[in-house]
Write a protein that binds this ligand. Structure first.
Ligand code: NAD
Ligand code: DAU
Length: 336
């Protein structure tokens, strides 16, 4: 079975490609990635020479190139990760977010429709439900209420993908996962940013009061859920994927300080993110009921494992934090 994976050089996409090629010998993978600041072929070093793997550098928002690749490769299934994935960057520069997340998804759907892909798995996010009051949990029928250009672009692309199922009978399935963490995550997101800053004795910038709540999911658990959906999920359906672990940001950072053996004085409060969602919470009951999936890695295991990975891979961190990252960091944090 040939999978066309988009965004396979990013954090979750690369974890998916590594897992599939290691544990599922019946799959071949074609990885289409533009290699933006977030794409990194080092994340795929262990599969680069596999005869079951092909890397193609390209832009999902380039309709002609996408069409050509589909015609050439005729994938059995598409697993669509490619996106501009960071909320703060989407606030600073929304244009590439709309282009990749919405128009890029459109180009893939069109090529899949014309070339007849057997399955289209659109990887989305719990952020499309917006902020939920305690004790609510979003199930798949919960209304969409996105707050940022990022989450709005994902909500739009979810609806577009589902419309291709309704209108053209394209076998689309949408997944909506909570906050992922684990090795190889670009250090712009909360956990890798706080770990890498702590290891370098740099300030840990907490937005606002730090009481915003996120549900944390270990990246491999997410990838296993996607495989379960690929194999047993139904077309035209949405499946939530959550880690069942809701924590306020400040507590996550305190646990990172503990795991890195650094003092609480590194924590600094900075101006809040505009439109910051207070609380995400979602139910994965449908996925668990239909596929038997459940998260395997607890935060007590996953966080120290992640801290260890960043400690052991300081060269990777140094490389991704050089160049463009410095400008982004300055732009996002300097005047907060
Ligand atoms: P990431 O930013 O680490 O990686 C994104 C990848 O997409 C990169 O390799 C990048 O080069 C590639 N890409 C970007 N624009 C492209 C384009 N125009 N054409 C081709 N490739 C392009 O992202 P991630 O955290 O791995 O997230 C992957 C997917 O999962 C996204 O769709 C995101 O919305 C979704 N998601 C992420 C999380 C999370 O916590 N990180 C949670 C739920 C859902
Ligand atoms: O919920 C799933 C989503 O999780 C994914 O769809 C997104 O791709 C992913 O980026 C993530 O979005 P968040 O905005 O929740 O993640 P982020 O890591 O940016 O922030 C997590 C929380 O930590 C959020 O409340 C903001 C806060 N934060 C973040 C950063 C980067 C800080 O307090 N300080 C920071 O420096």
């Amino acid at each position: 079975m040939k999978l066309l994976v988009t965004g396979g050089a990013g954090f979750i996409g690369s974890a998916f490609v590594r897992l599939v090629l290691k544990e599922h010998p019946r799959f071949r993978v074609v990885n289409l990635d533009k290699l933006t600041y977030a794409g990194n072929l080092e994340n795929l070093a262990e599969v680069a020479e596999s005869p079951k793997y092909r890397f193609v550098k390209g832009d999902i928002a380039d309709g002609e190139a996408v069409e050509k690749l589909f015609a050439q490769e005729k994938p059995d299934a598409v697993v669509h990760f490619a996106a501009e994935s960071h909320v703060d960057r989407s606030i600073l520069s929304p244009e590439p977010v709309v282009r990749t997340n919405f128009h890029g998804t459109f180009c893939l759907l069109e090529a899949a429709r014309r070339n007849g892909a057997g399955r289209f798995l659109h990887v989305s996010t719990d952020e499309v439900y917006g902020s939920l009051e305690e004790p609510r949990e979003a199930d798949e029928n919960y209304p969409l209420n996105p707050s940022s250009p990022y989450s709005a672009s994902k909500a739009g692309s979810d609806l577009l993908a589902l419309s291709y199922h309704t209108t053209y009978k394209l076998p689309v399935t949408v997944t909506r996962a909570s906050n992922n963490y684990g090795p190889f995550q670009f250090p712009e997101k909360l956990i890798p940013l706080m770990i890498s800053n702590a290891l370098e004795n740099k300030p840990l910038p907490i937005y606002g009061d730090g009481r915003q709540v996120r549900d944390w999911l270990f990246v491999e658990d997410h990838c296993r859920a996607l495989l379960a959906v690929l194999e047993n999920g139904r077309s035209g359906q949405i499946y939530n994927i959550g880690g069942s672990l809701a924590l306020p940001n400040r507590e996550v950072v305190e646990r990172i300080l503990e795991a890195t053996d650094k003092p609480a004085t590194l924590m600094t409060t900075v101006t809040d993110r505009p439109g910051h969602d207070r609380r995400y919470a979602l139910s994965s009951a449908k996925l668990q009921r239909e596929t038997g999936w459940a998260p395997l890695v607890s935060f007590e295991e996953g966080l120290p494992l992640t801290v260890r990975w960043y400690r052991d891979n300081s060269d990777w961190v140094r490389r991704v934090k050089s160049g463009e990252y410095q400008q982004y960091y300055e732009r996002n944090y300097a005047n907060r």
